[in-house]
Design a protein around this ligand. Sequence first.
Ligand code: NAP
Length: 262
Amino acid sequence: MNATNMTVLVVGATGSIGRLVVAEALRQGHAVRALVRDLGRARGLPQEAQAVVGDLTRAETLAPAVEGIDAVVFTHGSNGGGKSGAEQVDYGAVRNVLRALAGRPVRIALMTAIGVTNREGAYNRSTQIHDWKRRGERLVRASGLPYTIVRPGWFDYNEPDQRRMVLLQGDTRHAGDPSDGVIARQQIAEVLVHSLNSEAARAKTFELVAERGPAQKNLEPLFAALETDAADAIDAVRDTDNMPLMGEPAQVRADLEMLSAG
Ligand SMILES: NC(=O)c1ccc[n+]([C@@H]2O[C@H](COP(=O)([O-])OP(=O)(O)OC[C@H]3O[C@@H](n4cnc5c(N)ncnc54)[C@H](OP(=O)(O)O)[C@@H]3O)[C@@H](O)[C@H]2O)c1
């Protein structure tokens, strides 16, 4: 892999994963732009990161954040915002950043969640977070931009000796608790940032969990072993076909059309 130093926008930079992504991207030699709601929230971010103010729910505020970037890592979340938060933040952030990019050729790494295709669980029925995060995934695939989508297991529920990363596809674990899989926050950040420079990670969607054993030093064989998402498909390879496009809200279909045309 030829590592290239990029200017990386971190969306959700003040969050529990985003802060680690900022640090990891700097460690890997990238220039980092951290999207924050206001500069007060940027306190505690490394000085080398450039904080840029923007509201993920308002596309018109995001132009300065995307100016001149080479890559975006999405780690945002509505965190208890209910159905409207899921739509406006979990989904809206992806739509609005892609819209602000206006077709510029940037690399995307999007974090969603293990179980994102499970529509019937109590969590999704009450929050619709899975559905809205999955719609965000669909926008990224439809955009035509090079991407990697990471669906992590339960953050930091791993034992100290559970560091061996396992990448799964098909999103078949639907217990809705840590028995679905666990992963250290730091490893999520590492995988997201490494994917930006990996040809093998391109057009791949996977669940990320850890089993007992040491962390692998080289992620390339893990990425390379995965199946690529089908070109022109809006769902990931092996995903259950349980969210037909024709049943989707008109606005979501319009967003898909707008971004795939752009
Ligand atoms: N916990 C788990 O085990 C687990 C497992 C898999 C997936 N996930 C998913 O991971 C996601 C993120 O996790 P996390 O712990 O990093 O979340 P977090 O700590 O709550 O961070 C969320 C980030 O999004 C930002 N944000 C929210 N609304 C915004 C807006 N309107 N404009 C700009 N920024 C906004 C927040 O900014 P502020 O700092 O300004 O609020 C913060 O930086 C969640 O959505 C969750 O569903 C969680």
